[in-house]
Write a protein that binds this ligand. Structure first.
Ligand SMILES: [Mg+2]
Length: 335
C-alpha cells in the first residue's frame, strides 16, 4: 500500500494561494470598493452609502489556484472567484423605507462598476459579477441589514435571510488545518474534472465545503483523511433520501441540493464514485509512481506530483536498513 501523504501535501502547496497572490487579489477587492464608494458618494444621499464585507473561501483559507486556461486570443486566464458583499445597513428602524427594490439595488451596484474593467459586468441572480482581463472575477452580492437581520437581494427568490459571515465563522471555528487542505483537494478535483469534461457541473465550492466539513475523517496522513472523507460523503449521499446538503448557518438546514436536476445529481454521484474508486486503487497499489499516476490521469491532473518509482515494501525495507545501520554505527574503532 503506497502512502501518498507526501504527494498530497505537495499538491496542497501547488494549489494554495501564495502570499503575493493573496495580496494581489485583496488589492483588486480594495479597488472595486473604492470605485463603488465613489459612485454612491456622487449619486446617492448619506443614508444610502454601502459598507463592504469579504466572504467565501477567501475568508476560510480554502481558495485554490485555478488551472490556467486560454481565451480565444490565446491569453492565459486564471479564473479566481472572489465574493465581496455590499451591505446597506439601516441605522434607524423608522427609516426602513430606505429599502429599495431588488432591481434598484442591482442596478445601482451595476452602474457603480460598469466601467471598472473593459468587460461588461454580468447581472447574475444573486450578484453583480465584475470580470477582469487576467480572468479573475469579483462577485458582488447585495445585502440589506435592519436590526440584526441580514437579507440577500435575490432576483429569483426575493429577499432571503442570509449571513455569509456566520458561515465562514462556522468553518473557521472548526480550526482544522487538515480539513482546510481536504476542501482544497476536493476543489482542485472539481476544477480538473470540469475542465476535462465541460458538460460536467459539480457542486459549488461552497457546497463541497459543507460536505467535506460534515463528513470529515481525521487521520495522520492526508491521503487517508481525504479518501475516508470522500467515502463518507459518498455513503451519505447514496443513501435513500440521502442526497442532501444542509446549510449549517442562516438560513440553517436549507437543502442547497434542493434544485438539482436528476442528471446533475447522477453525474455528481458518478464522478464521486469514480474518485473513490481511484483512491481505493491507489491504496492497493504498491509503487508510488503508479499510484500517483492514477490520480494524475483521472482526478487531479498534472498539478498532482508524480511519486517515486519505488515499491512501498522496498522503501520501508530500505528505511529499516538505514535505521538499523544507524543503530549499529558509529563504531569507528571497532575490531
Ligand atoms: Mg463567486
Amino acid at each position: 500500500m503506497a502512502v501518498l501523504h507526501k504527494e498530497f501535501t505537495k499538491y496542497n502547496k501547488e494549489i494554495k494561494l501564495t502570499t503575493s497572490r493573496k495580496e494581489k487579489l485583496k488589492a483588486s477587492r480594495k479597488e472595486i470598493k473604492k470605485k463603488i464608494r465613489n459612485w454612491f458618494k456622487d449619486n446617492k444621499p448619506d443614508e444610502l452609502q454601502p459598507k463592504f464585507h469579504g466572504q467565501g473561501s477567501f475568508e476560510m483559507n480554502t481558495t485554490v489556484n485555478p488551472i490556467p486556461v486560454k481565451d480565444e486570443e490565446g491569453n492565459t486566464l486564471l479564473k479566481y472567484d472572489l465574493d465581496f458583499g455590499v451591505y446597506f445597513i439601516e441605522k434607524d428602524e423608522d427609516d426602513a423605507d430606505n429599502r429599495q427594490t431588488i432591481e434598484t439595488w442591482h442596478n445601482w451596484v451595476y452602474n457603480s462598476v460598469e466601467n471598472h474593467t473593459d468587460k461588461k459586468p454580468i447581472r447574475k441572480t444573486t450578484c453583480i459579477r465584475v470580470v477582469f482581463s487576467d480572468g479573475h472575477h469579483i462577485d458582488l452580492p447585495i445585502y440589506y441589514k435592519l436590526d440584526d437581520v441580514i437579507e440577500l437581494a435575490h432576483k429569483a427568490k426575493d429577499w432571503i435571510k442570509s449571513d455569509p459571515k456566520e458561515f465562514y465563522e462556522w468553518f473557521n471555528d472548526l480550526k482544522c488545518g487538515q480539513l482546510e487542505r481536504i476542501v482544497k483537494y476536493i476543489k482542485g478535483w472539481k476544477n480538473f474534472r470540469e475542465l476535462k469534461n465541460t458538460n460536467l457541473k459539480l457542486p459549488s465550492g461552497f457546497e463541497l465545503t459543507i460536505l467535506a466539513a460534515n463528513n470529515y475523517v481525521e487521520d495522520e496522513n492526508d491521503d487517508v483523511a481525504f479518501r475516508e472523507t470522500v467515502r463518507k460523503i459518498d455513503e451519505e449521499l447514496n443513501k435513500t433520501n440521502g442526497f442532501k446538503c444542509l446549510r449549517p448557518t442562516t438560513p440553517k438546514d436549507e437543502d442547497v441540493f434542493e434544485n438539482y436536476s436528476d442528471s446533475r445529481r447522477n453525474s455528481f454521484l458518478s464522478a464521486l464514485g469514480s474518485l473513490l474508486n481511484d483512491l481505493d486503487r491507489t491504496k492497493n497499489e504498491k509503487i508510488f509512481k503508479k499510484a500517483s499516476e492514477i490520480l494524475i490521469n483521472n482526478q487531479f491532473g498534472e498539478r498532482f506530483p508524480l511519486g517515486e518509482d519505488v515499491n512501498e515494501e522496498d522503501k520501508s525495507k530500505c528505511l529499516g536498513m538505514s535505521i538499523g545501520s544507524a543503530l549499529i554505527s558509529p563504531k569507528p574503532y571497532g575490531s
